[in-house]
Design a protein around this ligand. Structure first.
Ligand code: HPA
Ligand code: ZN
Length: 319
């Protein structure tokens, strides 16, 4: 039985399995440059974040209707439930869809069709986090926040993702302030490929309550001390880090050192259809390859509920 856990770092578009990507493209008459799944799978060799993002944005082209987003989310939730997930805080990338002429309402209502019945259907409670693409402008992010205003009852918070290096968080100060004024929670990817200074900036300038990835904090002992002192959760994604070459091999992943330092780490899947495993596969991998004990795994699962945006009574129920 997989440990009950919350998943706090998963991009719904990153759960698009090759079979579904091709099926949706065919259904919607969208051309993709891959004849079949075998040919497509050959494209799953990434040298860094950017090379992954290319395929990630390309395969999304098949997602066009509410039904497509519903099927995508339903498939993820079924898999997550089988991996012990009781609560999922799910990222989505509206700008990547708006740019293709797919409206905010199509994305959010489509996802909601699956999320709204997830507790009954899968035993998984859910929340949605809307991410801004950091390689797009601050104005585009602000327009995206505006477009989301009719759907704020469906969205718990905002995040920041896409190409990190050269795109420090500070550019999004105003949009994060506007999001906070709307009552939205704030998280941000930082320190996946970028320097520790991006992590500090996400905390200080954006008011991020949780850092997605955060790996590069280990280069800055003063920052580690701060993250420990302030109990800032880090959503670590071990298999993602290996596939995107943030670490060379899993055996060299800093997760054990991060836990030893007292950081509030969680383990997550990021883009499981692309990185070779869902969240419990990540738990297995860190157990097998990094030798994390069962007690450590239980700590990681406990941390996932502590770091979630669930209220405390719900957190107790989930455990
Ligand atoms: N990092 C940054 N942006 C992303 C990722 C990621 O791992 N997945 C989807 N968008
Ligand atoms: Zn991510």
């Amino acid at each position: 039985m997989p440990l009950p856990k919350a998943e706090l770092h998963v991009h719904i578009e990153g759960t698009l399995e090759p079979e579904l990507a091709l099926a949706l493209a065919a259904r919607n008459g969208v051309e993709l440059p891959y004849a079949d799944t075998e040919e497509l799978r050959k494209a799953y060799q990434f040298s860094d974040l950017q090379s992954f993002l290319h395929l990630y944005y390309e395969l999304m082209a098949g997602l066009r209707t509410e039904r497509d987003f519903e099927e995508l989310a339903d498939a993820y939730l079924a898999r997550a439930a089988a991996q012990g997930v009781r609560h999922a805080e799910i990222f989505f990338d509206p700008q990547a869809h708006l740019a293709r002429g797919v409206e905010m309402g199509t994305v959010v209502e489509g996802l909601w069709r699956a999320l709204g019945r997830s507790e009954a259907a899968h035993g998984v409670s859910t929340q949605l986090i809307m991410c801004f693409l950091r390689d797009e402008s601050a104005e585009s992010a602000m327009r995206t926040l505006d477009a989301a205003k009719p759907y704020l009852d469906r969205i718990v918070g905002v995040g920041l993702d896409s190409a990190e290096v050269g795109h420090p968080p500070g550019k999004f100060r105003e949009v994060y302030e506007a999001a906070a004024a709307l009552g939205l929670r704030r998280v941000a990817h930082a320190g996946e490929e970028g320097p520790p200074a991006y992590i500090s900036e996400a905390l200080d300038v954006l008011g991020a309550e949780r850092i997605d990835h955060g790996l590069s904090c280990m280069k800055d002992p003063a920052l580690v001390e701060r993250l420990v002192r302030e109990r800032v959760p880090l959503t670590v994604c071990p298999l993602s880090n290996v596939r995107l070459r943030a670490v060379d091999i899993l055996a060299q992943h800093p997760l054990p050192a991060m836990l030893d330092a007292g950081l509030l780490c969680t383990v997550n899947s990021d883009d499981p259809a692309y990185f070779g495993g869902y969240v419990d596969d990540n738990f297995h991998a860190v157990h097998e390859t990094l030798g994390l004990s069962h007690e450590r795994l239980r700590e990681l699962a406990r941390n996932s509920f502590l770091a979630s945006f669930l209220e405390h009574d719900e957190e107790r129920r989930a455990r």
